[in-house]
Design a protein around this ligand. Structure first.
Ligand SMILES: O=C(O)CCC(=O)C(=O)O
Ligand SMILES: [Fe+2]
Length: 327
């Protein structure tokens, strides 16, 4: 018998190899519940080849201005980057109250979320503290009720490449994790005033394939005139794809990720959006609805699901009732 065969016979079963080699360096900040490892070097290298495919402009419908990259992130690393982010980022399952017809109603966000970044009025200094963008001086202690978090290196690499490709600038990174086909985001538009007019949003998909639906907002009829609304659009989003939404899109179109059944429904999906918030209200809003006041969740590779990371670490942040478009 050959030596190799004997070795195989006596060796214990090899555990499933992760798709990435953990990096020794990490992003740290007082606002993070735990350190977030840097993007593994091979992923960073491959990201240098992004976008994998040229973006396809989609602007043949009323008020629509999209660029669709199929894919943007090279397919050689899309699965690995998905596993890495799912394993390493802190996630939240945010609950908040809304006033529906005079009655307080609890909303349970139907997906996991997390957010990093700060609006244009502030920036993070190299020591992690927040300084005023104009004066460069430490911000006043009460500028934010929430605790803004710097974008960790692993997501900032993607942000910088995306800025280069699109010619846009971004100061926020929102992440959604859809654990399965029951998780969703209902029809909304990201048209908050704190994003300014005609905001550009770069939206990445990793993991399970999901449908992205878009429909035009109702068009009010003008004296006797009936304006026909454009047809609904369905984009099939695959791992590594990116949709850049810009121009008049947010002001006029709604988008959603509906619940789904079928073979992909058991798999998780990550969505990353880069945005630019102009004023501090944007920072408060994004942390309120994407971090909230509950506990942290972290991926458990053995149980293959998100588990509460440390209930005690879920430090209470100030809440309040602002507007939330994204249910
Ligand atoms: O998951 C997606 O592709 C869309 C997410 C989205 O619309 C949002 O976070 O505002
Ligand atoms: Fe959205």
């Amino acid at each position: 018998m050959k030596r190799g065969a004997l070795d195989t016979f006596f060796k214990p079963a090899v555990p499933k190899k992760p798709k990435y080699e953990a990096s020794v360096d990490s992003s740290k900040h007082v606002s993070y519940p735990f350190a977030i490892p840097h993007l593994p070097a091979p992923f960073k290298e491959q990201l240098g080849f992004a976008p994998s495919e040229e973006g396809k402009p989609m602007n043949d419908q009323l008020d629509l201005d999209l660029v669709f990259y199929e894919p943007y992130i090279p397919s050689s690393i899309a699965a690995g980057v998905f596993e890495f982010l799912r394993h390493e980022l802190p996630f939240y399952r945010v609950q908040y109250n809304i006033n529906r017809g005079g009655a307080q109603t609890q909303v349970n966000t139907p997906r996991f979320t997390t957010v990093f970044g700060v609006d244009e009025t502030s920036r993070f200094a190299s020591d992690g503290s927040l300084v005023d963008t104009m004066s460069g001086k430490q911000i006043e202690a009460n500028r934010y009720k929430c605790k803004p978090r710097p974008i960790p290196q692993c997501l900032d690499e993607l942000r910088q490449i995306t800025e280069g490709t699109t010619g846009e600038t971004f100061n926020f990174c929102l992440v959604n994790y859809y654990a399965d086909g029951k998780d969703s985001i209902s029809y909304h538009s990201d048209d908050e005033r704190f994003l300014g007019p005609n905001p550009a949003i770069a939206s990445f998909s990793l993991g399970a394939k999901r449908d992205f639906l878009m429909k035009h907002k109702p068009i009010p009829p003008k004296e006797g005139e009936v304006v026909e609304e454009p047809k609904q659009i369905k984009l099939s989003l695959r791992p590594g794809d990116m949709v850049l939404m810009r121009g008049k899109t947010q002001a006029n179109w709604l988008h959603s990720i509906p619940k789904r059944a079928g073979p992909e429904a058991g798999k998780g999906r990550i969505n990353i959006t880069f945005r630019k918030a102009m004023v501090k209200g944007g920072t408060e809003n994004y942390y309120q609805y994407n971090v909230g006041v509950g506990g942290v969740y972290k991926w458990d590779a053995k149980l293959e699901k998100m588990v509460p990371w440390d209930e005690a670490a879920g430090e209470a942040e100030a809440s309040g009732n602002g507007t939330q478009n994204r249910r």
